[in-house]
Design a protein around this ligand. Sequence first.
Ligand code: DGY
Length: 431
Amino acid sequence: MTAGDPMTRSDAVLVEQARVVLRANDRGDHTEPTASGLYPAQWNWDSALVATGFATFDIDRAWTEIRTLLSGQWADGMVPSILFHGDDSSYFPNSRVWRAGAAVASSGITQPPILATSVRRLVERTPHDRREQLLAEVLPGIRASHEWLLRARDPEGTGLVAIVHPWESGMDNSPVWDAALAAVPPEPPVAHLRRDTGFAAADDRPRGPDYDRFLNLVTGFREVGYDPAAMWAHSPFLVADVGFNALFLRAQRDLLWLLDEVASPDPAGRARVAAQIERQRRALAQRWSPTLRRYCSYDVRHHREITAPGVGGLLPLYAEPALAAEHPELLETLRTWRAAVTYGVPSFDPRDPAFERRRYWRGPVWLVVNRMLADGLRAGGHPEPADVIDRDSLSLLRRSGFAEYFDPVDGSPLGGRDFSWTAAMALVLLS
Ligand code: DGY
């Protein structure tokens, strides 16, 4: 669909169905990713994206989602990846495993920092006379979360922040992490504790040894009381993920926009963020690989480049739309990946031996990533590839509903069903 196309009947039906999904997963002040029991809590980046879906038809409910997410922010500024608000017994690792969070029980790690970007979207849909008060409520928390990331995850001031757990990337079991994760012992085995495979096909979910390593990291972090300095010093997994950094750079640019929205200017605060952005932009630019024609993450712990071709390596397009002009090869990479499947954008290069079309972040299409890439391409003056991505997203929605993710080869629905963030992306796409 391009701007100006009339909404077809099936688009109107999709919009109504997407609203039904969000309402069904709505727990009043936060939204669960799916009603099935697979994820009985509030996930950070899911929630921020879901808010942008609510914003298309219920702006007050959208702001409530953000407020609830910030209610679980830690005193040091971290916004945890998961907030546990109620009965989480159908999930592992739940609040009894993490044993973290003060005001709200939570995980002890974070997730892609997209809050400022979502809040900007909400502000754009909020009447002018209400913006000031809402921004006063959320801006301090957003700024603190960015400062926390820079302090805790880039203590040496390189311009790139590092993640300590693949879960923080949001792309949990991407082959991009395989080599770095190999340093984490796959023990103790947690197969008997896992609950996810009771709700979704085991072939769609991360493998057993990956889960064992995921939990091994959690236990290590819990033992040091989730102290950021200790996690930085000792986590066997420490990676500067280009996807995470791209989303953070985008969020910093959106934070600047938000700072410019408030009535009372803060020139010193603005200058500080602008200087951070410059440093981040320069550092991200260093991660460009001319031979691989995409951005590459860096294994900080083992001092080596990560060359595995994950979709995070294309996300700088979203951080900085002008990058497509600087590196037109990125568009070629995107085209090649798309040409190898039926529906784009696969989360991993389909021509690579590690590609798996059904297994979570090892190949399937995720509509949240599609939305970000299409947005970045359009903003950078590339409407054609953006239209191709949007058409694929709509075809998947029409064919398979609001699945958690999709098979890029035959379009079949994978993971959980009636998923909140997929419904939210349908609403954003069709609004
Ligand atoms: C899960 O449990 O699969 C989540 O992605 C971890 O946050």
